[in-house]
Ligand binder design. Structure first.
Ligand SMILES: *[C@@H]1O[C@H](CO)[C@@H](O)[C@H](O)[C@H]1NC(C)=O
Ligand SMILES: *[C@@H]1O[C@H](CO)[C@@H](O)[C@H](O)[C@H]1NC(C)=O
Length: 227
């Protein structure tokens, strides 16, 4: 009895500690989408993937584990490299919704490898490789930014729009407050580059962001370039 009792307590302690460890892996994800028109409309420009010009739509940049204190883990498991055969059923969706615009042109594998190895390996406690890419593709469908914006009259036509109107349109259509990152075109005009939303640490639901990235790099009026 005595032996069993203390063993049970030890097991409970070990279990409790392991739950604590898992819980501290990361606190939430940023789900980041990018506007291809702004990626390309810069001094360094862009390269379309070998599969052709991507659709006129936001594309996934990544699903990034983050801590509530604003910092983030990266490159957490070098033994778990990107393996295309684990996501073979998702490749055509990834080509469409997660295209790479980096130069030189590629088929996306370099981009997905980078995202998995830098960010995805830090969420292994919640998602395996297939789960990681599958979940991100699902949030892309749920958080249809272009529809949210065009529904509010905010179109990719090279015109300027108010940053607060852009945020309001997304909040109203999707239900959560986004964080907007801008970049600059060749004439140094600020433009709508990336939209951050947040996802809970199990990868199940969009949530309000516990913390937004530091800094503010958009002016009050920003361009929404064509693509
Ligand atoms: C943020 O929190 C994580 C996890 O608790 C910790 O490992 C990291 O050192 C913290 N970073 C800062 C800058 O406080
Ligand atoms: C890649 O994944 C496939 C399917 O799960 C598996 O059979 C193969 O061993 C993996 N390759 C590597 C290098 O891990």
């Amino acid at each position: 009895m005595k032996f069993n009792g203390s063993l049970l307590i030890k097991l409970l302690i070990i279990q409790y500690l392991s739950i604590l460890c898992v819980a501290q892996d990361f606190d939430f994800f940023y789900f980041v989408q990018q506007w291809p028109g702004s990626y390309c409309d810069t001094k360094q420009s862009c390269c379309y993937p070998t599969t052709g010009k991507p659709a006129t739509n936001f594309g996934i940049h990544g699903l990034w584990p983050n801590y509530n204190n604003g910092s983030y883990p990266s490159n957490c498991d070098s033994s778990n490299s990107f393996n295309q055969s684990e996501v073979s059923d998702l490749i055509s969706s990834m080509q469409k919704d997660w295209p790479s615009l980096a130069c030189p042109s590629g088929n996306g594998v370099t981009f997905w490898t980078h995202e998995w190895e830098k960010h995805g390996t830090c969420s292994e406690s919640a998602l395996d490789q297939h789960g990681y890419f599958d979940v991100a593709l699902g949030f892309k469908k749920q958080a249809n930014l272009l529809q949210a914006l065009t529904g509010a009259g905010i179109k990719p036509d090279g015109e300027s729009y108010s940053l607060s109107d852009i945020k309001d349109a997304i909040r109203q259509a999707i239900g959560f407050t986004p964080w907007i990152e801008c970049n600059v075109d060749k004439s140094r005009n600020s433009q709508l580059y990336q939209v951050y939303l947040c996802v809970d640490s199990s990868g199940s639901n969009l949530i309000e962001c516990p913390v937004f990235p530091k800094g503010r790099n958009c002016g009050p009026e920003i361009e929404f370039p064509a693509f």
